[in-house]
Every structure is written in structure tokens, then in C-alpha cells.
Design a protein around this ligand. Structure first.
Ligand code: 5GP
Ligand code: MG
Length: 176
């Protein structure tokens, strides 16, 4: 375990196993439909990579870079990188590392709905339901997590720790 990590909350093996279940469900739910997996950069990349391996219908990848999360406070939201394709009439599944206040994803959902996507849903690796400030729900959730600051499997603190192969709790002394 990394020295800045207090505790492992979700192991890499547990994430893989959950991705098998989610992938099977997504494959069933979107059978016969044109599905675009929209990964939110940068945190969703490891989860998107794992999850997509367990989806056995044809899917397309695209990415958006929205917002900034400076330190441990949820802050301003801006679109930094946009999709590379027209999504009108397509089904979109937004892939996110963690759903916290919900501000980021509600903004992204509104934006994509305006572009006349056939449907826009969310698949989040982690759901911090206690943190919610906006009324928004993910259709697919990997794991519910308590209101603690987590790192790893894509999740960063000041751009660090994204490469950890598990989700862990960051030691308080690292951001105090
Ligand atoms: P929301 O708009 O839902 O508050 O923010 C979601 C984003 O905030 C996530 O994509 C992530 O970048 C960041 N975030 C929220 N909670 C955590 C956390 O516990 N750890 C890390 N590393 N990022 C978090
Ligand atoms: Mg993020």
C-alpha cells in the first residue's frame, strides 16, 4: 500500500469483479442500441478501461474534460475538452470516477441533453451519496463510499495517486 494511504477501501480485484457485473447489465440494457461511453478526464480512465472489457456489445469511446477539482473542495466547472462526435440520436453513458455533490455530472448531463442525445445516463465507479447537493442519480454504481476523501484507480489529490491499483483513503496529514 502507498505510504500516503490510510486504508484500502476497494481492492482492484473487487473493482474488476464489479465491472463484470456492470458490464453484463449494460450489455443487456443497451443491446441493439448505439452506445457511446463518454469518459470524464482524467479520473475515469482506469475504470472505463476495466469496465469496457466486460461490455460485449459494440460501443464507441469519447472523452470530455470538465471542471477542476482543486484540492479537496468541489469548485468551478468548465468544459476544457469536448466530444469529437455528434451525439444526436445516440445513447450516451457517462463514465465517472466518483459522484459527490453531483454538480459536475448535472452540468454535463444538461449539456449532452441539449445536443439531442437519445438518452444520457451515468455509470460511476464510486457514489458518495452523503455529499450530494444536486438531485442526480447514477443508473449504474460500482460502490457506495462514505464521506471521506479517496484516491487511486483514477482518483487524484493534486494530480497524484491516479495510478494506484485500488481505491484508498488519503491520510489526513497529506492535505492538512
Ligand atoms: P462533484 O461535482 O460530484 O462534487 O464532483 C465530482 C468530482 O469531484 C469527481 O470527478 C472527482 O474529480 C472529485 N471528487 C469528489 N470526491 C472526491 C474524492 O473523495 N476524492 C477525489 N480524489 N476526488 C473527488
Ligand atoms: Mg473528476
Amino acid at each position: 500500500m502507498h505510504k500516503d494511504c490510510k486504508e484500502i477501501l476497494v481492492s482492484g480485484e473487487a473493482i474488476t469483479k464489479r465491472c463484470e457485473e456492470l458490464g453484463a447489465q449494460i450489455s443487456k440494457d443497451y443491446a441493439g442500441k448505439e452506445l457511446i461511453l463518454v469518459g470524464l478526464l482524467k479520473g475515469s480512465v482506469p475504470f472505463l478501461a476495466e469496465l469496457s472489457k466486460h461490455i460485449d456489445i459494440d460501443v464507441y469511446f469519447d472523452y470530455m474534460d470538465v471542471s477542476s477539482y482543486d484540492g479537496v473542495m468541489s469548485g468551478n466547472i468548465a468544459v476544457l475538452t469536448d466530444l469529437t462526435q455528434d451525439v444526436a440520436g445516440k445513447h450516451i453513458l457517462i463514465i465517472e470516477d466518483i459522484l459527490d455533490t453531483g454538480k459536475t455530472l448535472s452540468t454535463v448531463m444538461d449539456l449532452l441533453k441539449e445536443r439531442d442525445a437519445a438518452s444520457v445516463e451515468i455509470c460511476t465507479m464510486l457514489d458518495k451519496k452523503e455529499g450530494r447537493q444536486v438531485d442526480i442519480q447514477a443508473k449504474y454504481v460500482g460502490f457506495d463510499v462514505p464521506n471521506v476523501f479517496v484516491i487511486g484507480y483514477g482518483l487524484d489529490f493534486n494530480q497524484k495517486y491516479r495510478n494506484l491499483p485500488y481505491v484508498g483513503i488519503l491520510k489526513e496529514e497529506c492535505y492538512m
